[in-house]
Design a protein. Structure first.
Length: 439
């Protein structure tokens, strides 16, 4: 059996296939495509040869070998909670997060076996060193300070590893359960204190605003009352001027006086401050004077005067005195002078008529020492006119048209006539039965 040529061909084919496979594998190992943000460490015959960056690279097959692929992007690593003791001997649990980036792939591969584990252990030791110098309150309130200290220590320690620490963050700081209850109570007390302060400030502002409003209201009310009082006083002053001017322009007859007397009595009786009333000594005489006044005849001296026609004035048109009262003070002074003159007329009339004059009765006091006052002219009756004194003869009867013209000059202003000789003696009067004698 002759199989030599066939076996040789098969062997050649097998060798050719093996060579092709070797060439394909060699080409595959020789060509390297490096992606972006990745670095490849290449060793040649066991020694560091070069670092391949992003792009297409050719290696010597079976001579160059890839040692490691290093990620150049920023990496985030979260470590499990670590128990740390503070300066006041409290154990707190702290979670940390590290943000780092490989800056030297060769150092990261050849300087440390596992840089992730190295960073974790370095973070724990640095954190315990930093927290051990602080108490619990500082630990809870000084996170930025702790982060800065950790970053500085880690960045300095990992620099020789070809790693840059960008940030260090504390995710949580958990104190013990007993301390958490105390902290919650303290926080509630602090919130209550702040709420009380805010409430007090609100009440204070409200009280200030209320007081300011009441102050402004009181000021405006006082100003309004002052203006009202001023206007009321001005109105009363004008009314006094008009009334006083009207009295001076025309002589008030007994009818008007009687009407005013009757109008005043209800006001006196309705006043709540009146506790005692003084009635005229001769009530019948006062009533008779009123009836005579309404009848249009008679005065306080018992003489009859002619009635005045309705709408007529006791003075002639040319005899009216000019009006010179423009100020309330002048009107008040003139009224006081007229009152003094009327008092003098009443005094002289009472003396001439035989009735003794008692100043106490004129002032509204109790006359004399006894309960019964001496007989005097009734309160409210017009004073006796000096022209009608008993010593002078009665004037002849005149017509109603001439009487006002002759009597007007004697009425304005009233004067006290001079006395002729000593005053007539007053005959003693016997007191009524049951009354003490007058002093």
């Amino acid at each position: 059996m002759n199989d030599g040529p066939g076996a040789g061909q098969i062997a050649a084919i097998l060798v050719l296939v093996l060579v092709l496979i070797f060439v394909v594998v060699a080409l595959a190992r020789a060509v390297r495509i490096v992606p972006q943000a990745v670095a490849i460490i290449v060793e040649r015959l066991g020694r560091y040869n070069k670092t391949l960056d992003a792009g297409l690279h050719l290696l010597i097959p079976f001579v160059d070998r890839v040692r490691a692929n290093v990620d150049l992007r920023e990496q985030v690593v979260s470590f499990p909670p670590q128990p740390v003791i503070t300066s006041d001997n409290l154990v707190v649990s702290i979670d940390t997060v590290i943000y780092f980036q490989v800056t030297s792939p060769k150092d990261a591969v050849y300087e440390i076996a596992n840089y992730i584990t190295g960073i974790e252990q370095l973070t724990v030791t640095t954190l315990r060193n930093v927290i051990g110098s602080m108490d619990l309150e500082q630990t809870l309130t000084s996170r930025d300070q702790i982060n800065g200290q950790l970053r500085g220590v880690l960045d300095e320690a990992t620099g020789k590893w070809g790693i840059r620490v960008n940030r260090v963050e504390l995710k949580a700081i958990d104190p013990p359960a007993s301390v958490q209850g105390s902290m919650e109570q303290q926080m509630r007390a602090e919130r209550d204190r702040r709420a009380a302060i805010l409430t007090a400030e609100g009440v204070k502002q409200s009280a200030i605003l209320t007081a300011e409003g009441e102050k402004q209201s009181a000021i405006l009310r006082a100003e309004g009352e002052a203006q009202s009082a001023i206007l009321r006083a001005e109105g009363e002053a004008r009314a006094i001027l008009q009334v006083f001017d009207a009295v001076h322009r025309g002589d008030a007859d007994p009818k008007l006086l009687a009407y005013q007397y009757l109008q005043t009595l209800p006001k006196i009786a309705s006043s709540p401050s009146n506790k005692m009333w003084f009635l005229p000594a001769e009530l019948s005489g006062a009533l008779g004077w009123l009836s005579k006044g309404f009848a249009g005849a008679g005065g306080s001296d018992g003489q009859d005067y002619p009635t005045r026609p309705a709408g007529s004035s006791p003075l002639a048109e040319g005899d009216l005195p000019p009006v010179s009262l423009t100020d309330p003070s002048e009107a008040l002074a003139e009224a006081r002078r007229e009152s003094a003159a009327a008092t003098a007329d009443a005094t002289s009339a009472g003396t001439l008529s035989g009735v003794p004059f008692d100043p106490a009765a004129e002032r509204g006091q109790r006359p004399g020492a006894g309960p019964v006052a001496p007989q005097q002219p009734a309160y409210g009756t017009p004073p006796a006119r000096p022209a009608q004194a008993p010593q002078q003869p009665a004037a002849p009867q005149q017509s109603p048209q001439q009487a006002p013209q002759q009597q007007a000059p004697q009425a304005l202003p009233p004067q006290v006539p001079p006395r002729q000789g000593p005053p007539p003696s007053v005959p003693p009067q016997r007191p009524e039965e049951g009354q003490p004698p007058a002093r």
